[in-house]
Design a protein around this ligand. Structure first.
Ligand SMILES: [Zn+2]
Length: 105
């Protein structure tokens, strides 16, 4: 069981960052599974996040292209910092959004 300490750490981190609003609902983030390409909604956590379906750390934050109507997994942070075009749609070369429509599972 390697998951438990991770979950505890995530819980502590979430507790620290949440200073004043005690019962504000956590807005789920959109992730894309880099293995299956599936779009998953989950509470914000350090990436790569664990896909609840597979138990593997394959979830990267999703970026939505409104022209493709498609989610793409975002590049790891260090890549995104070095290469801002990694946040662009690979097809349209337009900036992608972190918000967009998610079809219900
Ligand atoms: Zn596109």
């Amino acid at each position: 069981m390697k998951l438990l300490p991770l979950l505890l750490a995530a819980g502590l981190l979430a507790g620290c960052s949440d200073g004043k609003s005690g019962h504000a609902a956590i807005e789920p983030m959109v992730y894309v599974d880099t293995e299956t390409g599936k779009v998953v909604q989950a509470p914000p956590e350090p990436t790569p996040a664990v896909n609840p379906d597979t138990g593997k750390k394959t979830l990267m934050p999703g970026l939505y292209c409104s022209r493709c109507k498609k989610w793409y997994p975002s590049a790891p942070l260090e890549v995104a910092q070095r290469n801002p075009s990694s946040r662009m749609c690979p097809k349209h070369r337009t900036p992608m959004e972190t918000k967009g429509p998610v079809s219900a599972p």
